[in-house]
Design a protein around this ligand. Structure first.
Ligand SMILES: [Zn+2]
Length: 270
């Protein structure tokens, strides 16, 4: 809208009828001088707009914070946090392949460095990999430098294993965020991805309860959160794997497309 306003100002400025009185009051004799004056004016307008923070990179139609997809589309996005894990991620990848599902994995940078092969396997299978920070801190309790290092170091680790940089997604640990984090993500062209259905697997629930948590609430556009590990690699994710053996075929039988977050939101491949 701001760009449109500036464009309108430019059009009005070059319209001889609209600007005739002003041109007469301040006559410019030389043709070159006139172009020079117009150029200086436009540059000043642009500088003022940038200075006021009005002109910003185009982000597209999507907001910075994403909680769910469109309700009109019969599709959901399954997501996994805290991995990758050599114990559970391969089992989950195998199930996703069996049920023609794409998923988004929000990974920890220090585990990307430890298990780069798992990230490459995810990408080869058409899954999406998002950023879950390097070491899983509360980003709302860290200083600005630390939080940027947590995010950007993980981004570099992902670059090194060939993960697409464009439209990089961040899920903050503990879903904790504040205005400063949102502003940082906005300016670095990232999206903050939350969720609309919590499987509850992080609470140590049994498989039947995890299944019920998901299937009783699922609807078009749901973003569902699971965990293929935990921060310390200590949690037993067998109930998550067992629950997926029921949830994935049930969602397919109900006709849901199982997509990555980017596919769900943008309608395209990550
Ligand atoms: Zn986490």
């Amino acid at each position: 809208m701001v760009e449109q306003l500036i464009r309108n100002q430019q059009v009005r400025g070059s319209n001889p009828r609209a600007g005739s009185r002003k041109w007469r009051e301040v006559p410019i004799k030389s043709g070159t001088g006139r172009y020079l004056a117009a150029g200086v004016c436009l540059a000043l307008v642009a500088l003022l707009a940038v200075g006021a923070g009005l002109v910003r990179p185009v982000r597209g139609a999507q907001p910075v914070i994403i909680r769910a997809g469109e309700h009109e589309r019969h599709a959901v996005a399954i997501t996994f946090d805290d991995g990758p894990s050599p114990s559970y991620t391969p089992k989950i990848l195998s199930l996703l392949k069996q049920y023609q599902a794409h998923a988004t994995f929000f990974v920890l940078g220090r585990k990307v460095e430890k298990y780069p092969g798992l990230i490459k396997t995810m990408l080869r299978a058409g899954h999406e990999v998002g950023n879950h920070t390097f070491d899983h801190p509360y980003l709302t309790k860290t200083d600005q430098l630390t939080r940027e290092q947590e995010i950007e170091t993980t981004g570099l680790d992902l670059d090194l294993v060939g993960c697409p940089q464009k439209d990089r997604l961040l899920r903050p640990p503990y879903s904790a965020f504040d205005k400063r984090l949102v502003s940082y993500l906005d300016h670095t062209h990232k999206h903050l991805v939350l969720w609309s259905i919590d499987s509850g697997d992080w609470q140590g629930l049994d498989a039947a309860t995890i299944v019920n948590n998901v299937l009783s609430r699922v609807q078009n556009g749901s973003i569902i959160i699971f965990h293929d590990s935990d921060e310390k690699d200590r949690a037993d994710r067998s109930p998550t794997v067992a629950a997926l053996k029921v949830i994935l075929p049930a969602l397919r039988a109900a006709g849901y497309q199982l997509l990555t977050v980017s596919e769900l939101i943008h309608g395209k491949k990550p």
